[in-house]
Design a protein around this ligand. Structure first.
Ligand code: PAF
Length: 295
């Protein structure tokens, strides 16, 4: 398969490196990462150690079998506009937050799949990505139902040793992931702690309250997400990724804009009753972002 990974941050680089062991992969990202990957290849460290040799460039190629979108949620609209001029057979978003697939589907002329990914990664240096944890890429039609395109993509991922499953209940999976991200990302970023620090208050802390609110909003918009399920998934992710620094904590530590609008902000936007915990977390992160913009 000819796969173009749009967004060569930590997750895009890791997936690109893993998929390049079986497929023709092009990483689209920024300098100096792209130049290093082009000259020396991509070094994967951590859970598995190997040197991958995807192509790398800063602009989109004209097309391919699959565009795998791994950019930050706030860059989706720009990527969608660029993809509109390309010819891909399918597009898959593995981004955090809600609404990415809708933005992509409005622009591109091919099936758009939604994905959630629990692989853990961290960019160490240009050309070097740390593989911090194995996981699963779960993908499917963002509106639900079986998708032959999703089956093909999942099979291609598995052929490269990337654990992947095509599912028919993608809307529920997206809200489950949102509940975990709403719980973990902002709290760890504000407290500057690894995910495992949240395990001290299972079912009872700020993170659990954010997950509870998210499950309630999911049900308000017609997605069947019981509160217990949102809480147990959050506890499971905290346990399994205890040593990880969440993507939002990494953004804050590196002084980058965060995905707060697509995570806790998305919960607030879709809620028909008050969601004070998500609202407070979103406001605090936006205050941090304003401070960052002033510096
Ligand atoms: O965004 C992240 O960091 C991850 O999605 C998760 C699951 C919260 C683990 O760190």
């Amino acid at each position: 398969m000819d796969i173009v990974v749009v967004g060569a941050g930590s997750l895009g680089s890791l997936l690109g490196g893993l998929l390049a062991r079986e497929h023709d992969v092009t990483l689209v990202g920024r300098e100096p990462h792209v130049g290093t990957v082009t000259r020396e290849g991509l070094a994967v460290r951590g859970v598995e150690q190997f040197q991958a040799h995807p192509a790398a460039r800063t602009d989109l190629p004209s097309g391919g079998d699959l565009a795998l979108v791994a950019v930050k949620a706030y860059d989706t609209a720009d990527v969608a506009a660029d993809l509109a001029d390309c010819a891909f057979d399918a597009c898959l978003s593995v981004q955090n937050g809600l609404g990415n697939e809708t933005t992509l589907a409005e622009a591109v002329d091919c099936p758009v799949l939604a994905g959630t990914c629990t692989y853990g990664a961290r960019l160490l240096d240009p050309g070097v990505v740390e593989f911090t944890g194995r996981g699963t890429v779960t993908l499917g039609d963002p509106d639900g139902g079986r998708s032959a395109v999703a089956d093909d993509v999942a099979e291609a991922f598995r052929a490269a040793g990337v654990e992947s499953v095509a599912v028919a209940d993608m809307p529920t999976r997206l809200w489950e992931k949102l509940a975990v991200n709403a719980a973990v990302n902002a709290t760890t970023a504000l407290a500057r702690v690894e995910n495992g620090a949240l395990a001290a208050t299972p079912g009872d802390g700020l993170a659990a309250a954010a997950a509870r609110e998210t499950a309630r909003v999911a049900r308000e918009v017609g997605v069947d997400l019981p509160t217990d399920r949102a809480l147990s998934l959050t506890e499971q992710v905290v346990r399994e990724t205890a040593a990880n620094r969440s993507s939002m904590l990494q953004d804050v530590e590196d002084g980058r804009r965060t995905e707060i609008d697509a995570i806790n902000g998305a919960v607030v936007d879709r809620a028909s009753e008050p969601v004070p915990v998500n609202e407070t977390l979103a406001r605090l992160l936006r205050t941090w972002e304003r401070g960052r913009d002033r510096r």
